[in-house]
Design a protein around this ligand. Sequence first.
Ligand SMILES: Nc1ncnc2c1ncn2[C@@H]1O[C@H](COP(=O)(O)OP(=O)(O)OP(=O)(O)O)[C@@H](O)[C@H]1O
Ligand SMILES: [Mg+2]
Length: 375
Amino acid sequence: MGKALETKELVKWYGKEVLALNKVTFDIDAGDFFVIVGPSGCGKSTLLKIIAGILDYDSGKLYINGVDMKGVPSYKRDVSMMLEMYALFPHMNVFDNVAFGLRMLGKDKSEIEKEVKEALRLVGLAGLEKRMPLELSGGQRQRVALARALVINPSVLLLDEPLSHVDYRLQRKLMEDLKEIHRKVGNTFILTTHVQEHALSLADTVMVMNTGVIEQIGKPEEVYTTPATVFAARFVGEINLFSAQIKSWDGGLCYLTTDIGELKANPKNKNTLPSSGKVAYAIRPEYVKIGEEARLCDNKTEAKLVSYYYFGHYMEYVFEAIGNTKIKVSVPTEKVGNLTLGSTYLLGWSAKDVLLIERPCMIEGLNIEEVIYGK
Ligand SMILES: Nc1ncnc2c1ncn2[C@@H]1O[C@H](COP(=O)(O)OP(=O)(O)OP(=O)(O)O)[C@@H](O)[C@H]1O
Ligand SMILES: [Mg+2]
């Protein structure tokens, strides 16, 4: 499969103060649904704008479909971008908003008519051609912006936070639509979000970013089950993290001293881990057992129930163990027992479900404690 996009050590400074992209190197297969996820300010929009050609970079390389993009103006790139905050032209109706790019390309009237109709049908807005942006709901405006980007039929479609500013139901609908449209058109999609659930459920490939650097790239389930850094583990899904020191190894089993006492781990990545030293000890909330079930586990600790959150299909309990260390436990709703706030319970988990992560994050100078507890 060819590469839709390749970057090599891309660097972008805003003035002398902000290093927005710090030697960013990655590539994207043609036809991939590639999702960039990371906290606010990590450089997602900057990266998309550079790919779109509306912002220049300071050094490094950017190739789209194998062609070096240095000096290539935006309109000559085979990309289109749906901007964050979907800036529609307020004085133009839906049809004209979507047709705008095609007119700029000098297409003839009948072609424009046909392509705009098709784009509006794809996003589920057929029949609303005459409406003005102010006569549309937020979600409909989002779809017009999507149609406007899609209609160009670019080989790379850039979507900057297309799911923000709409309610939950509409987000779900837009996510389904985006997946479906991607399947139909087969172009490369690059989407940014700061919402981990969106990244996990939309992406063929996820890239986790942190202040101008890449923390990890992989399939959603890879990033979830084998996070490369503590930052990636924290950012993709809920996770319990304890600062830990490796004491010894016995075959595949690792013995550690942690914030909540002596614990064991039998991690999948054992071959890559050191024989001693500091690591993060990580266990996802869905693997922690409570009460009777915990008795059989090879890791156990007592902890007090301090709060709980109902999420419909599951309940998340928050416990406090030794040293006020919080432990989150998620239980499918149908398995929820009768727990009392303020009471102490036995928690347990299996050594094979533990992840040990050696690297705090890809930014030099931060240690494990800072990434676990500091931010
Ligand atoms: N025009 C600008 N001038 C100076 N600094 C900027 C400019 N645009 C962005 N920045 C800074 O560059 C960094 C990256 O910004 P960017 O907009 O790419 O982040 P983001 O990941 O898209 O964030 P968000 O999730 O909030 O949209 C931030 O520190 C931001 O403050
Ligand atoms: Mg942004």
